[in-house]
Write a protein that binds this ligand. Structure first.
Ligand code: ADP
Ligand code: MG
Length: 249
């Protein structure tokens, strides 16, 4: 079953063609890792999937919700965008937690406000998600009282609280001190094992080798090549991929 389908997505910022006719299908329970040099369009691609950036043209489908890019905003489009956002959990490099809310309040927010869940139920659900990411003993801590790795795990729990069909991660461990990277990757691995569909922009090759069903290599707004992690890391075909891998190793 297809969870994400992108057809001919293009995105320009002025004369800068950041995405050029991107086609991508992600199936249920698939883990897709996207790599590529800085500025190649990886973040823009994730943002276009959720209409945090509006693509200039193309079609985005998330689950059953399909939207054509580049049309005038109206009530119907707003409804579709809301539906796409609710079905995608987005985890950013910067954790973006509400600083004046505790860990559990951060996780409860979506279920309470958007899903209109009763408070006690939302609290129990948020607790179960914090337990899942190994933070049941940090529920009442504020973000400033948590390490970067713990904050990112709260951010993952918060994204999960909307029960998304797919999780999108944009360099989720890049802002972390090296010793905190592993705990975040472990949570992501556990979710993958449970069958969560995921698109992960990361340069963590170990994670890609262990978890990715497919690795995409992006450069200059195009998907240059894709394959299993073995194919991409051990036998890259394209010169740009080879050069990139030489540089990150
Ligand atoms: P990556 O995530 O692979 O590093 P990005 O998607 O962030 O790449 O950026 C791709 C290109 O788009 C870069 O040239 C960047 O400068 C440009 N870009 C990204 N966001 C914007 C924006 N909001 N306005 C103008 N240019 C942007
Ligand atoms: Mg980026």
């Amino acid at each position: 079953m297809e969870v994400i389908k992108l057809e001919n997505i293009t995105k320009n910022f002025g004369s800068n063609e950041v995405l050029q006719q991107i086609n991508l299908t992600v199936n249920k329970s698939e883990v897709v890792v996207i790599m590529g040099p800085s500025g190649s369009g990886k973040s823009t691609l994730l943002r276009c999937m959720t209409f945090l950036e509006e693509p200039n043209s193309g079609i985005v489908r998330i689950g059953q919700t399909e939207m054509k890019a580049g049309e005038k905003m109206n009530g119907e489009r707003k409804r579709l965008i809301r539906s796409i956002r609710q079905n995608t959990g987005f985890v950013f490099q910067q954790f973006n937690l509400f600083p004046h809310k505790t860990a559990i309040e951060n996780v409860m927010e979506g279920p309470l406000i958007i899903k209109k869940m009763p408070k006690e139920k939302a609290k129990a659900f948020a607790y179960s998600l914090l337990e899942k990411v190994g933070l049941s003993d940090r529920c009442d801590h504020y973000p400033s009282q948590l390490s970067g790795g713990q904050q990112q795990r709260v951010a993952i729990a918060r994204a999960l609280s909307m029960e998304p069909m797919v999780m999108l991660y944009d360099e989720p461990t890049s802002a972390l001190d090296p010793e905190l990277v592993r705990e975040v990757l472990q949570v992501m691995k556990d979710l993958a094992k449970e069958g969560m569909t995921m698109v992960v922009v990361t340069h963590e090759m170990g994670f890609a080798r262990e978890v990715a069903d497919r690795v995409l290599f992006m450069a200059d707004g195009v998907i240059v090549e894709e394959g299993t992690s073995d194919q991409i890391f051990s036998a890259p075909k394209e010169e740009r991929t080879k050069r990139f891998l030489r540089d990150v190793k």
